[in-house]
Design a protein around this ligand. Structure first.
Ligand code: ADP
Ligand code: MG
Length: 711
């Protein structure tokens, strides 16, 4: 965009609130009626503009009110002109010295210039392509100007500043996410109108008693304060109220989901078969694995409620063997087991591992994924419902309505953070309160864990199998690539295998980002023409992916070029080199997951991070990767630093998407927990009258973005 946010003359000034007359009278006092009112009801918004609003997800007046600002410009620190520095963003309070002058440059674009001064000096202001500016700023009047200081050939200037007359007294200005043709200021103006339509005594989803007890302001006050705060305090009050409400909604929604797995379990496990199972393993279990297994058996044999346990262990710590042992015990006690994995590749791999392990046990295993033919799926489903299959391993296909079990005893989810919480609940819903075992390599912050799992029990596998050598990690730039290729060659000559991972490339992205396909093609033609190279990427059909993975696992390919489809869980112990291109594009936890694909056997393994990005955060991230192999340390840093694909950023937790609250905000999470307890204690049932608006919000939040739908 680049021309500032002042292109719409109709909405230049952020004047006092409530200046727009209501366009219609509302029939009731709920926000719901505002959600039914299209934004074309607002003046200045026709169908064309409405379409732009729709791109931001705003269709109704209600949507607009809950389209919270992306950021705020703080105009409360007014800087004197002689203190301004190049590159800085400032708010100044200055008088326009003379009328703004417009000049037309090449292509018909207009540049508007003016000079302003305060008691310390003078400054140029400049606007681009806005022929209304000259009529809006009055010579001799005093304004706040907010913008970036740059140098032009002659002097300093403030480029495309936002401004408002000093008499307005606005100190904090909301900035909205913009889209082509729709600037923040236009949105702000529309919000202002929307607020004027809000009933004076709008019904509040949070009962008054709750607001009073926890010192939260009312809904109307919060909405005004979040969009047009008079000062920081008002903004904070508003934000606290809205954040808390959203987290309470999340919290209560999660409790509602969990009710599925409450009460007594009909799955009585009488005997522990884990020792018997160990005989089938080609290795001895670590003590940490044994502990996790015995924790689970204790849960299932002694508690009246179903097991509800998370097994948390770093990549490569051997979580699969733990899960296999538990499934074995449950099956031996006469029940069925379901094991859900987030990707086809992983499901198939687990299927193969389990099939081998349990080969001589008489246990019947099936694989159920979306990629199977309809007829195959039908057969597997009918075997399951008749109890002919003991253990089913699969993807989301497991939880579609059509899958039924005869007597599901345990549901296991691998890499639990990849699933929506509702999906887990759905799997549990396939049985009569079956036991639940979830496995994850990503430690979840305690407060968030409480919300996701409630009173989930946790076993930590804090020990790697013996004979593992820590992966050696280095960070290189692309000039060292040929050295890296030489190294790969050397490892392959020694019998090992290697991965090269390229980030997912979306259409229209810069072409200096390596795409897996092109990259592989080039390697095969030039660098490694004598070496069998496989390629997997997200756009391939799953049977194609599987075929490639199988060949790689069988060492028919020495080198695998891949996108992040291999990130989760893939296990090829003979692979010893992981090269990650454009490493800056991955978050810490993702890099750690990727690195976890090597170092799984007894060979010394290596991870090479390639990046030409020199930004401080990227360098810090790569440094952390080079300095530690400890997944807990890395997860901790990931939470602190935030980056692409981090725990909170890209759906790494399976929770619904929030609009204002932040999963990293443990203080607010704790408060919401407290309030939710209070609400359930006071009102007992979500379906009661006092909570009907809150209940409606829960339904909306959990239906957002398909994946976490309650249905
Ligand atoms: P993750 O915890 O990442 O899911 P896996 O269960 O895939 O790890 O195990 C990683 C590798 O370690 C597998 O090849 C598995 O066979 C092997 N493994 C697991 N437990 C042990 C053990 N106690 N001793 C030796 N190897 C083990
Ligand atoms: Mg695993």
């Amino acid at each position: 965009m680049g021309v500032g946010i002042l292109n719409d003359p109709a909405v230049m000034y952020s004047g006092a609130l409530g200046s727009c007359p209501p366009v219609c009278i509302l029939k009731d006092n709920t926000m719901a009626s505002l959600y039914k009112m299209p934004i074309t009801a607002l003046s200045g918004i026709g169908t064309k503009k409405a379409r732009m609003f729709e791109k931001l997800g705003i269709k109704s007046v209600g949507d607009l009110l809950t389209f919270y600002p992306r950021a705020y410009e703080d105009w409360s620190n007014v800087e004197k002109i002689n203190n301004l520095q190049y590159g800085g963003i400032y708010c100044i309070k200055a008088i326009l010295a003379a009328p703004i002058t417009d000049s037309v440059i090449k292509g018909g674009r207009i540049i508007s210039r003016g000079s302003v001064y305060d008691d310390t000096g003078a400054l140029q202001i400049v606007f681009f392509n806005n022929r209304y500016i000259s009529g809006m700023l009055k010579s001799g009047a005093e304004y706040f100007f907010y913008g970036k200081i740059v140098s032009d050939r002659y002097s300093a200037q403030m480029v495309a500043p936002t401004f408002s007359p000093v008499s307005d007294g606005m100190k904090i200005h909301a900035i909205y996410k913009q889209t082509a043709g729709l600037v923040s200021k236009t949105i702000s103006n529309a919000v202002k109108q929307a607020i004027s339509l809000m009933p004076k005594n709008v019904n509040d989803p949070l009962p008054e008693q709750v607001c009073k007890t926890f010192s939260l302001c009312g809904l109307r006050e919060a909405i005004i304060g979040i969009h047009f705060p008079k000062n920081k305090e008002q903004l904070e009050t508003a934000r606290k109220r809205l954040v808390t409400e959203e987290l309470v909604v999340l919290n209560l929604g999660m409790r509602n989901l969990r009710e599925h797995s409450r009460g007594t379990s009909g799955i009585k496990i009488k005997q522990d078969y884990s020792e018997e199972f160990e005989k089938y393993l080609p290795f001895t279990l670590t003590n940490a694995q044994k502990h996790a297994i015995s924790d689970c058996c204790k849960d299932m044999m002694t508690k009246s409620s179903p097991m509800n346990r998370l097994v948390q262990g770093d990549v490569g710590s051997g979580k699969t063997a733990v899960a296999a042992s538990i499934c074995y015990t449950v099956i031996k006690n006469g029940f069925q087991a379901a094991f859900m994995a987030p990707t086809e590749i992983l499901a198939r791999q687990h299927y193969e591992t389990f099939s081998q392990l349990l080969e001589n046990t008489g246990i019947k295993i099936a694989l159920l994924t979306g990629a199977l033919k309809e007829s195959e799926k039908k057969q597997i489903r009918s075997d399951l419902s008749e109890g002919k299959t003991d253990l089913v391993i699969g993807t989301h296909a497991l939880i579609t309505g059509k899958t039924e079990f005869k007597n599901l005893g345990i549901a296991v989810t691998d890499e639990q953070h990849r699933f929506g919480v509702a999906q887990r609940a759905k799997l549990l819903g396939k049985g009569e309160n079956p036991h639940l075992l979830v496995m994850s390599a990503t430690p979840i912050p305690r407060t968030l864990g409480l919300i996701i799992f409630g009173d989930l029990d946790i076993s930590v596998i804090d020990e790697l199998p013996p004979s593992r050598k820590p992966v050696k990690t280095v960070a290189f730039d692309s000039t060292q690539r040929s050295r890296v290729y030489g190294f790969i060659r050397q490892e392959i000559a020694a019998g090992r295998q290697a991965y090269i991972v390229c980030p997912l490339v979306e259409e229209g992205e810069l072409d200096n980002v390596a795409s897996a396909e092109e990259y592989a093609a080039e390697l095969m033609l030039k660098e490694f023409s004598d070496i069998p190279v496989g390629i997997v990427h997200g756009k391939m059909k799953s049977d194609e992916k599987e075929a490639v993975m199988e060949k790689f696992a069988a060492n028919e390919y020495s080198l695998l070029v891949a996108t992040t489809v291999i990130e989760v869980g893939v296990d090829v112990p003979n692979a010893s080199v992981m090269v990650i291109e454009n490493a800056e594009r991955f978050g810490l936890s993702q890099l750690h997951q990727l690195r976890g694909r090597v170092g799984r056997g007894s060979f010394q393994s290596y991870c090479v991070l390639i990046s030409d990005n020199n930004s401080l955060t990227v360098r810090k991230r790569l440094e952390i990767m080079c300095s530690t192999n400890n997944g807990f340390v890395i997860a901790d840093q990931d939470l602190k630093m935030r980056g692409p694909g981090d725990f909170f950023g890209e759906r790494q937790h399976g929770l619904p998407q929030l609009s204002i609250a932040d999963f990293a905000d443990s203080k607010s999470l704790e408060l919401s927990q407290e309030i939710s307890d209070y609400i359930m204690l006071t009102y007992k049932d979500l379906r009661c009258d006092e909570l009907h608006l809150l209940k409606a919000e829960i339904d909306v939040l959990f239906n957002r973005g398909g994946q976490n739908s309650l249905n």
